[in-house]
Design a protein around this ligand. Sequence first.
Ligand SMILES: [Zn+2]
Length: 179
Amino acid sequence: MGTGIGGAFVERGQIMLGSHNEAGHIGHMVCTDAVGVPCSCGATGHLEPIAAGPGIIERYIELGGDATLEDGTPIDGAEIDRRAARSDKNAIAAEARSGHAIGEVLGSVCNMLDPDCVILSGSVAQCGDAWRYAMQRGWHEAVMMPVSDTPIVSGELGGNAPLIGAAENAVNSAYAELS
Ligand SMILES: [Zn+2]
């Protein structure tokens, strides 16, 4: 979860690819906070445009937040997170919309798949309390009781996670072709 929102499902050590190799597009699931919002994929109502980094920045500016730093450079997501930590109401509201929507979608995903755990990574997942509390609220609103104790943990690979995963997948595919 950063400039976009992606996902993957791992079953017994294997990534589930789906019949079009498109499984895991969590960012393109419908959520209640995004009704009517156009998405880059051409559909409307998807998670990504309201919950990824650019959506947080856009919302912050829409609410009247100051779009630039003192030296005039445009703000980024990390700056909005710092402002949220300093109780900037617009920053808190922008992060809360993202967190709530992500929590809601994760609740839906867990209702369907009942995974052992959910691993979050990327810059958005590193947002502070305003984002995290909203995420937990969205999660509890959406998730069914029997799966509501599914652990939601932070990834340990940081910003390199997509590259490491892609490299591992390429190596595994190459070995599979040899054997
Ligand atoms: Zn979409």
